[in-house]
Design a protein around this ligand. Structure first.
Ligand code: SAH
Ligand code: AVI
Length: 342
């Protein structure tokens, strides 16, 4: 596996711009949220098991709904990982001594505050490169961070982590890459291996990666986390139909679909579906596609894999990383793994 040993200096990247709020913003080649949507819909609706990749959840509304999910009592990953970061951010910063934090799938960046607060305690001054497919989430996070950490130099990266890792603009090292929230679980085994190998290829030998991963646990805890009583997860799932209506000029009726999510114990993953409540046809004018849904049929909209520490160690090692440090919640609900490319 090949690794960068030098700065890539924005190779393949459109020149950075400043948006109207003054943030430096780089649009990576896969930055259009709808890039690949036509292909993904045609492919995902063609077979007997309809499915779509989860990146399309995250329009502005989807990102806000995800934040609401994070605040529900049932969704333990965010508060558990946040508590782990509160406990270990300082030690990790001491170990890595980073010049830059690069956060992949950064969303609201709220948990990253633990690192910035620890920087203040340690007298470190880091640069921050949040990288997300949702530019509204990036801008909102940057505005919040600027008001709280005036010293923080930020460069916002809009792109798709499935394609844009080789085009990441370099920033001063060592770099601490963050991939938090258990988002690694939204990739199937092959996608996760490809992602990790690409990330490793974009890293220099002195860089580190901190991975947050969700753990296998009792089914009832997992089922509840994806079926919160306030209904935010259902709204998040159904919002995908609105995204399709807007981007594909489609006529999905959200009242004809229901949110279904459950832990598949054989596969070790949550499966989130949109289930057709009646037999009907949906037309997607922009791509000239009409799809028939039979009552009870589903679209698989997301998997969220849960891991054992041994399973995650095997995965990152298969991608060429070395396992350096593992921190887990007292109840074993969530883990952080610090790994290096060599
Ligand atoms: N890291 C945050 C957010 C997790 S939600 C947390 O732990 O709370 C997943 C984030 O990944 C969202 O902000 C979403 O917009 C982003 N995302 C999803 N698919 C992506 C992709 N293919 N490329 C880049 N970002 C993506
Ligand atoms: C972003 N990702 C880790 C979340 C998860 O738990 O898989 C997305 C999510 N889907 C429903 N609830 C939360």
């Amino acid at each position: 596996m090949e690794q960068n040993t030098r700065a890539v200096d924005g190779l393949g990247v459109r020149p950075g711009t400043r948006d109207k709020t003054g943030f430096a913003l780089v649009r990576l080649p896969g930055s259009s949220r709808s890039s690949g949507l036509d292909r993904d819909v045609r492919r995902g609706f063609a077979g007997p098991r309809k499915h779509l990749p989860p990146k399309y959840f995250y329009d502005a509304r989807g990102s806000l709904l995800f934040e609401r999910i994070c605040g529900t009592p049932e969704y333990y990953p965010t508060r558990t990982e946040s508590a782990l970061l509160a406990r270990h951010a300082r030690g990790i910063l001491d170990q890595v001594a980073p010049g830059t934090l690069v956060e992949i799938g950064s969303g609201s960046s709220e948990k990253t505050d633990h690192f910035f607060a620890a920087c203040e305690q340690l007298g470190f001054c880091v640069r921050y490169q949040p990288f997300d497919v949702c530019d509204e989430a990036l801008r909102a996070a940057a505005a919040r961070l600027r008001s709280r950490y005036a010293w923080l130099d930020m460069e916002l990266l809009v792109g798709d982590y499935a394609v844009d890792l080789p085009a990441l603009p370099y920033s001063e090292g060592p770099r601490l890459f963050l991939f938090l929230g258990g988002t690694i679980g939204n990739l199937n085994h092959d996608e996760a291996l490809t992602f990790l190998a690409a990330l490793r290829g974009a890293m220099c030998p002195e860089d580190f990666l901190l991975l947050g991963f969700d753990r296998i646990k009792e089914k009832h805890v997992l089922d509840a986390a994806y079926n919160d009583a306030a209904g935010y997860t259902a709204q998040f799932n159904l919002n995908l139909l609105k995204v399709l209506n807007t981007r594909l000029d489609a006529d999905f009726d959200k009242h004809r679909f229901a949110h279904v999510a459950f832990f598949n114990e054989d596969e070790g993953q949550i499966e989130m579906h949109l289930q057709a409540q009646c037999t009907h046809e949906v037309s997607m004018s922009r791509i000239g596609l009409v799809t028939r849904f039979v009552e009870g049929e589903t679209i698989l909209t997301e998997i969220s894999r849960k891991f054992t520490p041994e399973g995650m160690k095997a995965l990152v090692e298969a991608a060429g990383f070395r396992w350096r440090r593992h921190e887990e919640a007292d109840n074993g609900y969530f883990s952080l793994a610090l790994v290096t490319p060599t």
